[in-house]
Design a protein around this ligand. Structure first.
Ligand code: COA
Length: 242
C-alpha cells in the first residue's frame, strides 16, 4: 500500500459538507483535508509555507493543523490579490491579515477551512468560521453550563434537534462570533456574553447580552449559517455584507 507523500490529502475551493450555500456572501473559501499520521516538518517547505518559531516547538498535531490552515489561507489570500502574503499569528493568536482583507480560519482533526473577503466599507464588519466535532453524550451534561444559559437550554428543549447537536451548534456559532468580532473588540469575551435566540432552517441568530464596544451594544443580533453531518458541525458568520 502506498503512503501519501505529505499529510495534505486534498485541497479544494469552497466549503465542505456540500454547504456552499453558507457562502451567500462575496467571500472566498478553501478547504483542505489532512492526515496527521503522515505529517513531517518537510511538508512546510514542500507546500511553500514558512514554519514560524512559535509553531516549530509545538506538538505534531498543532504543526499539522497550522500547516493545513496556512495552505487554505494562502489560497484565499491569493484569490484576493495577495499571492505571497505571510499570514503570521498575532500575540493573541488572531492571524494578522492584510489591512484590506478580513478572514477567519478553523481546523479540526482532519479538515482546515479558511474564508476571506475584501474588508467592507462598514464600521462593523467581520468574518467567522468554526468547525466542531459533535460534543458527545456525557460531555454535553458536563459542558453545557459554560456554553449556554438556562434560557438557551430551555429554548433548545423546544427544538426538534438532539441536545448534543444544538449545544455543539451554539458552541460553534459563538466561536465564529468571537473570531469575527475579536479584531473590533480586542479582548476575550465569554460564551455567556451572547445567546442563541433562534436556531432553525440552517440559520442561527445570536444576540449580544453585554456591550462589547459602543458600536456593539446589548441586543445587537448576528446571523450565522450552519451545516451539520453525523459527526461535525460547521458555522459561518459574515457581518457587514448587507
Ligand atoms: C480562539 C478560539 C476561538 C479558537 O477556536 P477553536 O475551536 O479552539 O479552534 P479553531 O481551529 O476553530 O480556530 C483556530 C483559529 O482561530 C483563529 N484565532 C485564534 N485566536 C483568534 C482571535 N483572538 N481572533 C480571531 N481569530 C482567532 C486562528 O486562525 C486559529 O488558527 P491558527 O492558530 O492555526 O491560525 C477559541 O479557542 C477561544 O479561545 N474562544 C474564546 C472564547 C469564545 O469563543 N467566546 C465566545 C463569545 S460569544
Amino acid at each position: 500500500m502506498s503512503h501519501p507523500v505529505s499529510c495534505i490529502l486534498s485541497l479544494e475551493q469552497g466549503l465542505p459538507f456540500g454547504s456552499a450555500d453558507l457562502l451567500t456572501l462575496p467571500a472566498r473559501a478553501w478547504c483542505c483535508r489532512f492526515d496527521i499520521a503522515f505529517y513531517q516538518d518537510e511538508d512546510f517547505a514542500a507546500q511553500g509555507v514558512r514554519l514560524p518559531l512559535s509553531i516549530a516547538g509545538a506538538a505534531v498535531k498543532r504543526r499539522g493543523e497550522y500547516l493545513a490552515g496556512r495552505i487554505v489561507a494562502g489560497r484565499v489570500l491569493a484569490d484576493l490579490g495577495y499571492p505571497r502574503f505571510d499570514l503570521l499569528p498575532g500575540e493573541d493568536r488572531a492571524p494578522a491579515w492584510p489591512d484590506t482583507v478580513q478572514g477567519a480560519l478553523t481546523h479540526h482533526a482532519t479538515l482546515a477551512i479558511c474564508i476571506g473577503w475584501r474588508r467592507p466599507a462598514r464600521p462593523v464588519s467581520g468574518l467567522g468560521i468554526d468547525i466542531e466535532t459533535l460534543i458527545n453524550g456525557p460531555r454535553t451534561l458536563e459542558l453545557w453550563p459554560g456554553i449556554i444559559s438556562v434560557w438557551e437550554r430551555e429554548y433548545f428543549a423546544t427544538l426538534d434537534l438532539p441536545f448534543a447537536v444544538s449545544l455543539t451548534l451554539a458552541f460553534s456559532a459563538k466561536e465564529s462570533l468571537f473570531k469575527a468580532l475579536y479584531p473590533l473588540v480586542n479582548r476575550y469575551f465569554d460564551f455567556l456574553d451572547a445567546r442563541v435566540v433562534r436556531l432553525a432552517d440552517n440559520r442561527i441568530t445570536l444576540e449580544l447580552l453585554v456591550e462589547l464596544t459602543p458600536a456593539l451594544p446589548v441586543g445587537r443580533l448576528f446571523e450565522c449559517g450552519y451545516a451539520a453531518t453525523e459527526h461535525d458541525v460547521l458555522t459561518v458568520l459574515a457581518i457587514g455584507n448587507d
